[in-house]
Design a protein around this ligand. Structure first.
Ligand SMILES: C[S@@+](CC[C@H](N)C(=O)[O-])C[C@H]1O[C@@H](n2cnc3c(N)ncnc32)[C@H](O)[C@@H]1O
Length: 191
């Protein structure tokens, strides 16, 4: 079996940050549910007393994730929502500790259903409004697919203009990787 490293991919790297940020009892959002790996991670990280709202526009994501949830530690602490993350404010009425975005398309499925710059930025903006002080929006950005570069550029333009008094914004990438390496953008709401 292949040995795993901490910095192998955006998921392993973003978990280093998220493990430090998310505590038991927190409320979190998985803005792009997909096959549910992030949803399950968040559900277990917030525990029985916490809560997770997970969004996706594909029914398949709901089916795959609810199957995984049934086998998971805390199947009751998660609400799966078949709607775009740009409508997050219709469903989430309390403050959140973290919102996780894993952009692009669902691997193995229809590549035409991808996250789009306009709705992604709307969702990030609404997530920032919901964030508690010290909370974080974590965005994994892929630029190799059609439309990915435009979305990546839109996110950089939006986040680098966030007010420095209110937010810390950092970006992590794989500078020795060939062929459009992904990157992670983290936005922390200052206390
Ligand atoms: C890279 S996948 C997410 C992977 C997922 N986090 C996991 O753990 O398997 C991106 C997902 O975003 C979804 N998506 C696209 N547009 C969306 C939108 N406006 N709101 C919510 N999800 C969206 C796609 O359907 C796809 O499932």
């Amino acid at each position: 079996m292949r040995k795993l490293n901490r910095f192998d991919n955006v998921n392993s790297v973003s978990r280093i940050y998220l493990n430090d940020i998310i505590k038991k009892g927190d409320v979190c959002v998985d803005a792009t549910m997909g096959k549910g790996y992030d949803t399950i991670y968040l559900s277990e990280a917030v525990g029985e007393e916490g809560f997770v709202y997970a969004f996706d526009v594909q029914k398949e994501a709901i089916v795959k994730t609810s199957e995984k949830l049934e086998e998971s530690m805390f199947p009751q602490n998660t609400k799966l929502i078949l709607d775009g993350h740009e409508n997050i404010d219709k469903y989430v009425k309390e403050n959140i500790k973290c919102a996780v975005f894993n952009l692009g398309y669902l691997p193995g499925c229809e590549h035409k259903i991808i996250t789009k710059p306009e709705t992604t930025i709307q969702a990030i903006e609404k997530s920032l409004d919901l964030l508690c002080e010290g909370g974080v929006v974590c965005i994994s950005v892929y630029t190799g697919h059609e439309g990915g570069k435009e979305e990546g550029n839109a996110i950089i333009e939006y986040t680098q203009n966030l007010e420095q008094k209110k937010y810390n914004v950092i970006m992590t990438t794989f500078i020795n990787q060939k062929n459009n390496p992904p990157h992670i953008v983290l936005i922390e709401k200052k206390k």
